[in-house]
Design a protein around this ligand. Structure first.
Ligand code: NAD
Length: 717
């Protein structure tokens, strides 16, 4: 053994080939500070052994190195530049040391080699991957640029255009794609990986492969004709700005870094990368995106834990073949759980099946599915008008019309037909789970399973725990939602549950602005372009449906009369009474039509202004920050209330729910991250400025106390 630490072992194989194996104690190899220090020491030990003629990097785990240890780095990013810059420069010395060894080097890549893991292998002369490998530089998804030489080495290995695409998209790449551009040198079967790597490095030692010139190319300036370089960088900037937009600076920074470093040699080029890395690491966007990454892991971890307590769901049933029922059937069937879809009329069933076929046909058109797969998915859906095929299913999702009496009747009915231990859930968006549970003989097997529309696109499923729901019931529904490819978040029962409870105060803030003369199209513009929502409130209400919104708003007002009950008519009432239900009948705040090419079109509708003007008078202009404050403060305070009341378990889950369920702008990270960025005391001061607008603008005592103590939601939980 040449070197050994808890994360790395180096041994000498035959023919004086050294093998450095990453083998951390946990389930995966991560590039944390300990591993980087170990790599440094291992390389020193290798350099001191004059017998060694070549080096192979391998992993003893099912993945090579999954990436940098984000949790650890988050703490580091909080440090001053005077600490951070020398740290990153020092870490890079290690990768340079690997690259500068006086003999050929190769990486044998299995599974993930992402981020820092991929940057490690870029420092070797050759890369061979097995069929399980996934490589790439996902840093831009976290609001960063690669920091261990990725922006310098990758363009010099695969060319500027390819590297720009890989780095700005942050996508994982399959081995075939990596081989095509030259990011790896060969693909082999997993069982042949080590032997093939050793053979290749022997060829390099024997000078059959020219490792010196490869290495030299990596360390030299990028050789691009001037015009070509200009075209590459200008095109990339245009495209990336269009996709990433002004709220996500990392991809654009990556392009400038590569451009600025193009004419420099390695060590100078690396300095440009370090500067950019440190600058981005300190931005609110990076903090928010890294926060989302960590929250996502926490939520996934919880779901995995629940999986241990879950009962198996081999087959399911959905009651109601409407917009939601059809979507749920499609999602379950396409993720491998056969599902019975029951409705009360044949046309409804046909509509549900038609919806599933349409989604599948679209998948085939995009090359993501095949007719064979489509047939298999459709075979997994059994459409029925009676209960006979439902009797053996393990789990039922009720998705009939939103009416407490109809739902109670349907739930009681289905309980008579299914096995004693089958789980029963409801996809209700507003009706209390505890109320619905009363219809059942065994309420412990019941809970809410709230999907979002469109089911195949929206990642969140809100799972609502009733007072009688058993842990096994919740765990089983969590596991089923995960199997459907969704992110489940468990919440407690209350009007609107979590997501609608915080959404309606936002709509109330919007309605308040309109009542004071606000222009809905101008408000949408601010909330989309500046705040970053995918849709502004008027557009979102049109998509949700103003009839649905009107109904849900009444439920919320009844549930929280102190702050959600309203006097007089608001904009939602006006639209509802004028039968402007939104997209579903082509007129809401906006008018919907199709253009000449058959594409859906949305136009500002003068009639909406007339209707609103008749009630609220002349239009008035509001500053952007007033629009943002008046709509967001109610949502933020209601989210805080949900945490204080235990409706949602943690700030992390609240933020994930908002991002996945409502499309809260990821670069802001969610409500709690937003408060964090702003500072609790600053938020309280802002809300106090608007307190005269009513109960929705009044912060809670606990929040005021947290502000006074200079506290933080993320750190105190
Ligand atoms: N549409 C949304 O955006 C959305 C989002 C989340 C949750 N939800 C909830 O999902 C549920 C369904 O909503 P939707 O939009 O799909 O409604 P929908 O009107 O499109 O579909 C309801 C279906 O239920 C069927 N039905 C009625 N009584 C039935 C019975 N006794 N047995 C079987 N089927 C019966 C109807 O024929 C219809 O096909 C509601 O509780 C709604 O609140 C809707």
């Amino acid at each position: 053994m040449i070197y050994q630490s808890p994360t790395i072992q180096v041994e000498l194989l035959e023919d004086n080939i050294a093998r450095l194996c990453f083998n951390a104690p946990g389930s995966v190899n991560k590039l944390d500070r300990e591993t980087i220090d170990s790599l440094n020491a291992a390389l020193d030990a290798i350099k001191q052994n004059s017998d060694i003629q070549a080096l192979v990097l391998t992993s003893a785990k099912s993945a090579f190195i999954v990436g940098a240890d984000i949790t650890e780095f988050l703490g580091l990013f909080a440090q001053d530049d005077s600490v951070l810059l020398p740290w990153i420069a020092e870490a890079n010395v290690v990768f340079n040391k690997l690259e500068d060894l006086p003999f050929p080097t190769i990486s044998a890549i299995n599974g993930f080699a992402l981020g820092g893991g991929f940057e490690t292998v870029l420092a070797t002369d050759f890369r061979i991957a097995d069929t399980t490998a996934r490589v790439g530089l996902p840093e831009s998804k976290l609001g960063l640029v690669p920091g261990f030489g990725g922006t310098v080495r990758l363009p010099r290995i695969i060319g500027a255009d390819n590297a720009l695409e890989w780095i700005t998209s942050g996508k994982d790449q399959r081995p075939e794609a990596a081989l095509k551009v030259g990011a790896i040198d060969a693909i082999v079967a997993p069982e042949n990986l080590q032997a093939a790597a050793i053979q290749m490095i022997k060829d390099a030692v024997a000078e059959k492969l020219d490792w010196q010139s490869r290495r030299a190319r990596k360390q030299a300036p990028l050789t691009l004709p001037k015009l070509e370089a200009m075209m590459s960088f200008a095109t990339a900037k245009g495209m990336v700005f269009k996709i990433a937009g002004k709220h996500y600076p990392a991809p654009m920074t990556a392009i400038s870094v590569i451009e600025q470093a193009a004419n420099l040699k390695r060590d100078e080029a690396l300095k440009i990368e370090h500067q950019a890395f440190v600058k981005l690491a300190k931005t609110d966007v990076a903090q928010a995106l890294i926060g989302i990454f960590l929250n996502d892991q926490l939520v996934k971890g919880k779901a995995k834990k629940a999986g241990k307590l879950a009962k198996k769901v081999d087959t399911a049933a959905v009651l109601g073949a409407g917009i939601m029922g059809g979507g749920i059937a499609y999602q379950s069937a396409s993720k491998g759980t056969p599902i019975v879809m029951k409705d009360i009329t044949q046309p409804a069933l046909e509509l549900g099946l038609g919806e599933a076929s349409k989604l599948l046909a679209a998948q085939i058109k995009r090359g993501r599915s095949t007719p064979e797969k489509m047939a298999k998915v459709l075979n997994n859906i059994t459409a029925t008008l009676d209960y006979a095929p439902v009797k053996d299913v393990d789990l039922v999702v009720e998705a009939v019309v939103e009416h407490p009496k109809v739902k109670a009747m349907v739930l009681a009915e289905v309980e008579q037909h299914v096995a004693d231990d089958a789980i029963i859930t409801s996809n209700t968006s507003t009706i209390s789970i505890n109320l619905l549970a009363k219809a059942l003989k065994k309420p412990e097997r019941f809970c809410g399973m709230h999907f979002f529309n469109p089911v195949h696109k929206m990642p969140l499923v809100e799972i609502i725990r009733g007072e009688h729901s058993s842990e096994e019931t919740i765990a089983t529904v969590v596991a089923y939602a995960s199997k459907m490819g969704k992110t489940p978040i468990v919440v407690n029962d209350c009007p609107g549950f979590f997501i609608n409870r915080v959404l309606f105060p936002y709509f109330a803030g919007f309605s308040g602005l309109l009542a004071d003369g606000g222009d809905f199209a101008a408000i949408d513009k601010v909330m989309e372009k500046q705040f970053g929502w995918p849709m502004g409130p008027a557009y979102l209400l049109d998509v949700v449906g103003l009839d649905t919104g009107h109904h849900a708003q009444a439920v919320m007002a009844e549930g929280f009369p102190d702050r959600m009950a309203k006097e007089g008519k608001d904009a939602i009432d006006i639209m509802f009474e004028a039968q402007r239900f939104g997209q579903k009948n082509s007129k809401g705040f906006y008018a919907y039509s199709v253009d000449r090419r058959g594409k859906p079109k949305k136009d500002v509708d003068a009639i909406s202004y007339e209707l609103l003007g008749a009630e609220f008078g002349e239009l008035k202009q509001f500053e952007s920050d007033v629009i943002i404050a008046r709509t967001m403060i109610p949502m933020i305070i209601e989210t805080v209330r949900c945490l204080e009341e235990g409706i949602i378990a943690s700030p992390a889950e609240a933020d994930m729910g908002l991002v996945y369920g409502l499309g809260f702008p990821p670069f802001r990270g969610g409500v709690f991250r937003y408060i964090e960025t702003m500072g609790v005391a600053n938020f309280v001061a802002l809300a106090d400025k608007y307190a005269h607008l009513g109960g929705l603008y009044q912060v809670t005592d606990a929040m005021r106390e947290l502000a006074a103590n200079n506290g933080s939601y993320y750190q105190s939980k």
